[in-house]
Write a protein that binds this ligand. Structure first.
Ligand code: ADP
Ligand code: ASP
Ligand code: MG
Length: 587
């Protein structure tokens, strides 16, 4: 008999009637002949409510107590669903994370799953029970031998479900939710968002890590790594939903380190790159669109694009092109400067070094380790671009051999995993924008006036990683107005920012003269698509969509299959709609 794991999210188990309805649905699947393990979330908003209760007593409750509290939400649902199934005459058993044997790291709040002891659950399955597991939680054995409850991070029930499906070698894992699958964007923002029947794990990882809450990024990561078949479906209607597709050779289950698989799978080098920096541009809507449309019309393939935050009313935009495009790019830059004012400069003999894998930004230590490794090799990093599947650094071409040696050593990559100037195979069927995600829960933080020397980015990222603070969209810019000084901006969740004061203080102490600047209320709008890597001009179109709505872009960061724009919070919904319309994603 085939084993299915079905996960029902908070809204799908929001009241007693919904719980009874789900019980009926489970009975139907069972009658078809499947063995079934159910994973459930807490009912409706109950996790938020529990969190508010704690915050009404203390701004900073202990993480252990907080996990103790939040984990009770799921415990209510497993008991009620089990009561419902038993009432309908179907043998069911409810189990908490620790009863199942979901063993996590010994950290609270964002613990990763190390192992799932499957004996007990298999025993129940063999006896004909429907097993109902509390999502979002696990446990670890403390040094004095007691079991401590942990949670996996908000939205983590998806991860519980995919991890269970993987550990039990289930036929598939189905995530049931309040929408019909993964859509081109959040239907709460764009009503005519369209269902995606399939999406690659890479694209979903990028979308999930920048706000597409329909799947927890770590759930996608597990499915990708182990080849676990994963669907997202509607809990309301029986429909095929969305299938996630993994393009990698599945790994063997890593018992004892289920979520600790190797994050970095390859190293890629692009030689002969030129960094072009446009400085002192007007900071107003339409500037980025104007620039990248010009470059695109001239058929120049722009790789990284970085627009950092600015202290004054002028703006800097930096991008990279291949050396062969330099003459044409200079021609276009002359035209741009004539029209918009400002200046530009270019630096030849640059290379882009990228590490690739999955879950890179979800593990802040990975990018920190990359920057630290380069700094140990005394290599200065000129530009940085980060995303969930790739971190890139632009360095001098003369440092490249040393960088390859150090980085491949650090991430244990063999020569088959190192790609020099890989040619891009054009896959026509891949859309340049598959979906758009919005993350409103972000703040922007800038480190100003940093010394421009190797190791600065490493030191900041390492300190954040040590405190388990997750950051994204790290943008480093060399300020034209200040010699030997640079700024580093990044975005992080509001929650992590609230917990970061101490870490920030310790960072500044190590970097005399520097300071922290908290930005305005912002939102991150990200377009993701595998085809973006192969098409000229996608970024220009995204910027044009925003310019048409008179939306100013505060920060830009691109990666291979993702372009993120930081906009003011008030503009964010319009921004998502504008990009969705521009690329006709409803068609
Ligand atoms: P659950 O409680 O079932 O885990 P979530 O609220 O965590 O549900 O996730 C489902 C929600 O994710 C949807 O209601 C939708 O508003 C939001 N969402 C954001 N981006 C997307 C997307 N690209 N496709 C589908 N839903 C999305
Ligand atoms: N109940 C938890 C939350 O609200 C976990 C989940 O729903 O996935 O974040
Ligand atoms: Mg969810």
């Amino acid at each position: 008999m085939s084993l299915l794991i079905k996960k029902f999210g908070g809204t799908s188990v929001g009241d007693i009637n919904k719980i009874k309805k789900i019980a009926q649905q489970i009975i139907e699947s069972r009658e078809i002949g499947h063995d079934i393990v159910i994973v459930v979330s807490a009912m409706g908003d109950s996790t938020d409510n529990l969190s508010e209760l704690a915050k009404s007593i203390s701004k900073n409750p202990s993480k252990r107590d907080f996990d103790m509290l939040l984990s009770t939400g799921e415990q209510v649902t497993i008991a009620l669903l089990s009561i419902a199934l038993n009432e309908f005459g179907v043998p069911a058993i409810s189990m908490t994370g620790s009863q199942v044997g979901i063993i996590t790291e010994s950290v609270h709040g964002k613990a990763r799953i190390l192992d799932i002891k499957t004996e007990r659950i298999k025993d129940y399955i063999n006896q004909g029970f429907v097993v109902i597991v509390a999502g979002f939680q696990g446990a670890y054995l403390s040094h004095n031998g007691s079991m401590e409850i942990t949670t996996l991070g908000r939205g983590g029930s998806d991860t519980s479900a995919v991890a269970l499906a993987t550990a039990l070698y289930a036929e598939s894992c189905e995530i049931y939710t309040d929408v019909c699958g993964v859509l081109t964007t959040d239907p709460r923002i764009v009503k005519n968002a369209k269902l995606l029947e399939r999406i690659s794990c890479e694209e979903m990882l990028e979308l999930a890590s920048v706000g597409a809450s329909v799947l927890h990024p770590r759930a996608v990561e597990i499915a990708r790594n182990y080849g676990t078949k994963l669907y997202v479906k509607s809990s309301e209607k029986e429909q095929p939903g969305t299938l996630l597709e993994s393009e990698i050779e599945p790994l063997k289950l890593n018992r004892g380190g289920l979520e600790l698989t190797k994050t970095v799978n390859s190293l890629e080098i692009l030689q002969n790159q030129v960094v072009i920096a446009l400085s002192n541009l007007p900071d107003q809507p339409g500037i980025a669109a104007e620039i990248f449309e010009k470059l695109s019309q001239a058929k120049i393939n722009v790789d990284l694009i970085i627009q950092a935050t600015h202290e004054e009313t002028r703006n800097d935009i930096t991008f990279t092109v291949a050396e062969e495009n330099l003459q044409e790019a200079i021609k276009q830059c002359d035209l741009i400067i004539d029209e918009l004012g400002g200046t530009y400069s270019f630096t030849q003999n640059m290379s882009k070094l990228s590490i690739q894998g999955a879950g890179i930004m979800g593990r802040p230590s990975v990018s920190a380790e990359l920057f630290e490794t380069l700094s140990q090799a005394n290599i200065n990093v000129h530009l940085i671009a980060t995303s969930e599947i790739k971190v890139s650094c632009v360095i001098d071409i003369r440092d490249i051999n040393k960088a390859i040696r150090f980085v491949s050593d650090k991430f244990k990559l063999n020569s088959n995993q190192i790609y020099m100037n890989p040619s891009k195979k054009i896959r026509k069927e891949e859309p340049e924008v598959r979906g758009i995600a919005l993350d409103k829960n972000q703040v922007q933080v800038s480190f100003r006036n940093l010394p421009d020397k190797p190791g600065v980015a490493a030191s900041i990222c390492l300190s954040l990683a040590e405190s388990n603070l997750i950051f994204d969209t790290i943008v480093q810019s060399e300020r034209s107005s200040k010699v030997n000084k640079k700024d580093i901006s990044l975005t992080m969740s509001k929650e992590d920012r609230n917990n970061a004061d101490e870490t920030f203080a310790s960072i500044l102490k190590k970097l005399p003269g520097s300071r922290i600047e908290d930005g305005p209320s912002i939102a991150k709008v990200s377009a993701v698509g595998s085809g973006m890597a192969f098409k000229v001009g996608t970024a220009g179109k995204i910027f044009r969509a925003l310019a048409n709505q008179k939306i100013n872009i505060e920060m830009i960061a691109t990666s291979e299959i993702r372009t993120s724009c930081i906009v003011l919070e008030k503009d964010c919904d319009i921004a998502v709609k504008a990009i969705h319309d521009f690329f006709e994603l409803d068609k």
